[in-house]
Ligand binder design. Structure first.
Ligand SMILES: C[S@@+](CC[C@H](N)C(=O)[O-])C[C@H]1O[C@@H](n2cnc3c(N)ncnc32)[C@H](O)[C@@H]1O
Length: 284
């Protein structure tokens, strides 16, 4: 018998609460998995000395710290995040960095006394807004006219085998209804026409978009298949849905995940699975 998961359980939108705490609990693994994407985003952004930068949905603040290296002490970075737990962690990491500060706020509505900023960057922090049109209109007001935004957003799940194959394992044990592709969540901006429309309505220029394709280490670089399976079940929305289906379902799904991850494991590198991300640039 299969169990049907509530699609709302799979959205992962509660960043101010449970999702923020989950990200923090597994922060080294999450950040390790997406580290190369942060490097690609920052290399493309080419932040200059002296610039003032917002890091949207900064999480634990690693990209904020990297941006602050680029601005130097003459510039400054503000990391914005809705999760108080992640902002605490970001502040802890930035104690020695006077040109970085963090604010816990909803970027959809926040007002900043020291706006407008020169730039905005975001590694996977822009796809969770309940009303992205209103949120991006608000963000537009925080950036100088002509100021540049650089976003990393996930391409469609079908182009991300790491997600498709994980979902394939979960779906062989429980029914998981497909949510509306624009539902706020990691893949909400996979439809680039939708993103173009949001940006245009908010007053941004037509974006320049580059595909980033690589491999990511599930559970972080060097993680063993067992660690990757436990990480996926503990930290991702499918894990909760499988757990709710009962211990037998969970154990059997874990076996299958282990099999999947063992097939993708490379000694010294980890469980390497293909990904695809859009790197998007526009101006305010
Ligand atoms: C996938 S995590 C990425 C974290 C970080 N950018 C990184 O790459 O390590 C998404 C982040 O967006 C934040 N976020 C989601 N909705 C937000 C909102 N409305 N305002 C500010 N931050 C938000 C979450 O709290 C979370 O830290």
């Amino acid at each position: 018998m299969t169990t049907t998961a509530d699609p709302n359980e799979l959205k992962g939108e509660d960043w101010a609460g449970e999702m923020g705490i989950k990200w923090l609990t597994h922060i080294d693994r999450f950040e390790g998995m997406i580290a190369p994407i942060g490097e690609a985003l920052l290399a493309r952004a080419g932040i200059a000395r002296g610039e003032r930068v917002i890091d949207l949905g900064c999480g634990g603040g690693l990209t904020s710290l990297a941006a602050a290296e680029a601005t130097g002490p003459q510039g400054a970075v503000l990391g914005l995040d809705i999760s108080p737990d992640l902002i605490d962690e970001a502040r802890r990491r930035a104690e020695e960095h006077p040109n970085v500060r963090f604010l816990c706020a909803d970027a959809a509505t926040v007002t900043l006394e020291d706006a407008p900023y020169d730039r905005l960057i975001s590694r996977f922090g822009s796809m969770f807004f309940a009303d992205p049109y209103a949120a991006f209109a608000n963000l537009h007001g925080l950036i100088k006219p002509g100021g540049r935004i650089d976003l990393a957003i996930w391409a469609a799940p079908r182009d991300n085998p790491w997600m498709m194959e994980l979902m394939g394992v979960a779906r062989s044990h429980i029914d998981i209804p497909s949510p509306d592709p624009r539902t706020p969540g990691p893949f909400a901006f996979a439809d680039l026409d939708y993103v173009r429309d949001i940006l245009a309505q908010a007053g941004f220029s037509a974006p320049d978009i580059e595909a980033y394709q690589g491999e990511q280490a599930i559970g972080g670089a060097g993680a063993l298949p067992e660690d990757a399976a436990d990480f996926a079940l503990a930290s991702m929305a499918i894990g909760r849905a499988l757990a709710e289906a009962g211990p037998d379902v969970l154990a059997s799904a874990r076996d299958d995940l282990l099999g999947l991850f063992t097939r993708h494991y490379r000694d010294g590198e980890g469980v390497m699975m293909k990904n695809k991300v859009w790197l998007l640039t526009a101006t305010a």
